[in-house]
Design a protein around this ligand. Structure first.
Ligand code: TXA
Ligand code: MG
Length: 343
């Protein structure tokens, strides 16, 4: 299959490209598009066969459900049995935006494959002009996971989608780099208090300021039962070389680099501007040390850049858990499979 990548920035006439995208989707095909978090791989959420193509293109396990993207707040009632009051408040405050709400689904509308046979559905309204324009022209909901091959970091640029899904999908809408860089927060509002199943773009502090205490889901390995967000149990965001998390300390870092070199190995480092060391074989910066936002925006690209090197080992410098730092560390925890660097 030929994969086209069409720019949809403000300087070009986009009408033809949107029409092409809508035609492909209506015929049951897949289109990748930018959102404010990461690029998504869309199929019409009510079309069972189209949704199955998402799983095939990504190599995604069938028991990991997808997020349904809608273009208007009022669409949510078409897919949800009963909207909890707390959800109404959250929708009013944070949509469009990087907050996904898990609610009880209305049976028989959204394809079963989207929800992996569960009786809940995850819904969000993305805050990106291209995603919103596409949804508006389509007038149907889009099931869309991140547009990467399963196990790889989510794409924050159209190029990343092209790299992962070339030959597997017909069209990528290129809207430039996404802003936030980590995925939406997934919040289960079927329970009280609501539970964050995946930390993301809307942070715990923002949620709690509006609706009071929310819980953070335990890591799957700390639980005996099946994880509530099925995606939590799979390998994620993993680069080719083993990745270790390390403290933000210049001397610990230099020590680590020396000791890795003594073993005859080469090292790539992901970290802030301030800790850049010429001792590293490769250093991919994620921006200013105190900016969690910059780290979120640049992390996935940096992980992908490590895959273009011959590094034997990757060190990723950790940050604290405030604000979007929680989402960043959640992803690093997965990318490293919980490994921390120690001598
Ligand atoms: O920012 C985002 O959310 C991006 C953009 C494209 O919108 N999408 C995204 O989708 O990250 P995906 O498929 O990569 O992650 C969806 C997450 C998974 O962890 C999945 O297990 C969880 O949402 N999920 C989906 N439906 C669920 C449900 N009914 N109950 C619990 N978790 C659900
Ligand atoms: Mg994903």
């Amino acid at each position: 299959m030929e994969t086209k990548m069409n720019s949809v920035d403000n300087l070009v006439d986009n009408e033809k490209t949107y029409k092409q995208a809508v035609d492909i989707l209506r015929e049951g095909g897949l289109v990748a598009f930018p959102t404010e978090t990461v690029y998504g791989l869309g199929a019409i959420a009510t079309d069972e066969r189209a949704v199955q193509r998402i799983f095939e293109a990504k190599g995604r396990p069938a028991d990991n459900p997808l997020i349904v993207h809608i273009g208007k707040k009022s669409d949510v009632k078409d897919y949800v049995e009963k909207i909890p009051e707390v959800a109404e408040q959250l929708i009013e405050a944070f949509w469009p935006g990087p907050l996904t709400l898990v609610m009880e689904k209305k049976p028989g509308i959204i394809a079963d494959t989207v929800t992996a046979g569960m009786d809940t559905v995850a819904i969000r309204m993305p805050d990106h002009p291209v995603a919103l324009q596409l949804l508006k022209k389509l007038e149907l909901p889009l099931a869309a996971p991140s547009a990467n091959r399963s196990g790889k970091p989510s794409p924050t640029e159209a190029e990343h989608v092209y790299h992962d899904l070339f030959g597997r999908i017909p069209l990528i809408l290129d809207g430039g780099a996404t802003g936030i860089g980590v995925e939406s927060t997934v919040l289960d509002v079927t329970v009280t208090p609501p539970v964050i199943l995946r930390p993301g773009g809307i942070v715990k502090e923002q949620l709690e300021a509006l609706i009071g205490p929310v819980h953070l889901a335990a890591k799957p390995e700390e639980k005996t039962e099946t994880p509530r967000a099925p995606g939590m149990k799979y390998t994620h965001y993993a680069p080719e070389a083993p990745l270790f998390v390390i403290e933000p300390d210049a001397s610990i870092l230099e020590h680590a680099v020396d000791s890795i070199h003594q073993q005859g190995k080469r090292v790539a480092i992901i970290g802030p501007d301030e800790l850049q060391t010429i001792k590293a074989d490769w250093y991919f910066t994620t921006g200013a040390i105190h900016s969690h936002e910059a780290m979120a925006a640049n992390l996935y690209k940096a992980i992908r850049q490590c895959d273009t090197t011959e590094a034997d080992i990757i060190l990723a410098i950790e940050t604290d858990l405030t604000g979007i730092g929680a989402a960043v560390m959640n992803r690093l925890d997965k990318a490293s499979d919980g490994k921390r660097y120690s001598e």
